[in-house]
Design a binder for this molecule. Structure first.
Ligand SMILES: Nc1ncnc2c1ncn2[C@@H]1O[C@H](COP(=O)(O)OP(=O)(O)OP(=O)(O)O)[C@@H](O)[C@H]1O
Length: 364
């Protein structure tokens, strides 16, 4: 999938703008505060329902307006042809359309726009909380395995009910039933994640030039249980949860399970965050995100979109070179922002170049 057109209205500084995108490289340049990041935020809203800079939609809606809208034309590399998609957001409500029909779930729209975003905050993938790494590995599982999303949504629902039982003694009678259901999904989610990780490890080769001076990271998936517990052994899980029931009731929420999984990122056996420099951590995060984008696409026809928000400015010359060499070899659609167009144009000779000024993009 790739986007041949992106139309944005009322997103931060952008009143209304339209871009006819190229299938491969697209460069968007403009002065500070011209609206480059706002465009990528709009793209993030389309793909994920939210921005990478704020969880609050109200902050994204142009001041004085009530609704932001992002629409696009998706080119289908598998079936051929193209179709429109769109999302409108008010602070409390959303409206999502795919090929002229209303849909209820953001996930339905997300499947059409496999967007990997690389921005200055991406380093948190390595330095931040486990939830970011869970989301990272689950993103691959989401695109790779058709049933992952329903299993994960089901898990969230069961977890919520189980937590309610743990908090409220009056609901405790239903605790065993919800525990049993939670156990049933542990092996399912764990297996999806293991497979997603295997694909990711394979696709890390795309980032070999970026990782040249760092070495290949070791990626270790934890299941959300102590290492001695096998998340695929239901009998062992039942015993484990029996032993931990008192502790969980005291805490008032579920302490173990797929919602507590993590992906440990190591260099020479030591957590990367403890040994790598700030710049190296960024490189590592970028290498993982590029691999993630490839891992989600089973075939070239299913290729995704990589959007990069002004990252080069934080990398030294050698790493910038490695990043651009890597991007040039990828089949994914690229949307790259920067403050100057010459350096980007030199690196992507065939790129379509857009200039952004006061929230309006125009072809150069
Ligand atoms: N809700 C909003 N309504 C209107 N304008 C907004 C809103 N939120 C932020 N802005 C403004 O939008 C402008 C564009 O910001 P944006 O981050 O997109 O710029 P940029 O081109 O990426 O800049 P830089 O190169 O500095 O990163 C900023 O001046 C910001 O103050």
């Amino acid at each position: 999938m790739w986007l041949s057109k992106l139309v944005v209205s009322n997103c931060r500084i952008i009143a209304s703008t339209e871009l006819e995108l190229a299938p491969h490289a697209n460069v968007i340049y403009g002065n500070n505060a011209s609206g480059k990041s706002s465009l990528l935020e709009a793209l993030a809203v389309l793909s994920r329902g939210r921005s990478f800079r704020t969880p609050r939609i109200a902050e994204l809606i142009k001041r004085g307006e009530e609704e932001l809208t992002v629409s696009a034309r998706v080119e289908d590399g598998v079936a051929g042809g193209s179709y429109p998609v769109g999302i409108s957001k008010r602070s409390q409500t959303s409206r999502i359309r795919i090929n002229h029909a209303d849909v209820q779930q953001q996930a339905e729209l997300s499947t059409h726009i496999p967007l990997t975003l690389i921005h200055p905050g991406s380093v948190e993938l390595v330095t931040g909380s486990p939830s970011l790494r869970r989301a990272f590995i689950d993103w691959i599982a989401f695109y790779r395995f058709a049933d992952f999303n329903s299993a994960w949504r089901n898990y969230q629902r069961i977890l919520k009910q189980r937590n309610a039982c743990l908090r409220d003694p009056k609901q405790r009678y239903a605790f065993p039933q919800w525990t049993e259901q939670l156990i049933t999904l542990q092996p399912v989610l764990y297996r999806y994640r293991v497979q997603a990780l295997e694909t990711l490890q394979h696709d890390l080769q795309i980032s070999h030039e970026l990782l040249m001076n760092l070495g290949e990271p070791q990626l270790q998936l934890t299941s959300g249980f102590p290492g001695s517990i096998n998340p695929e052994d239901t009998a062992q899980l039942q015993q484990f949860f029996r032993e931990k029931a008192e502790q969980e009731q005291k805490q008032g929420f579920s302490l173990y399970g797929a919602h507590r999984a993590d992906l440990h990122i190591l260099l020479d056996g030591i957590p990367a965050v403890r040994v790598a420099s700030r710049g190296q951590l960024k490189i590592l995060a970028v290498a993982l995100l590029l691999a993630q984008s490839h891992a989600a696409a089973e075939t070239d026809a299913k290729r995704g979109i990589i959007a990069i928000d002004d990252l080069a400015s934080e990398l030294d010359e050698q790493n910038q070179q490695a990043l651009y060499n890597t991007l040039r070899t990828t089949q994914q659609q690229l949307i790259i922002t920067g403050t100057h167009h010459e350096p980007l144009r030199n690196r992507f000779a065939d790129a379509r170049v857009f200039h952004v000024e006061h929230g309006k993009a125009s072809l150069r």
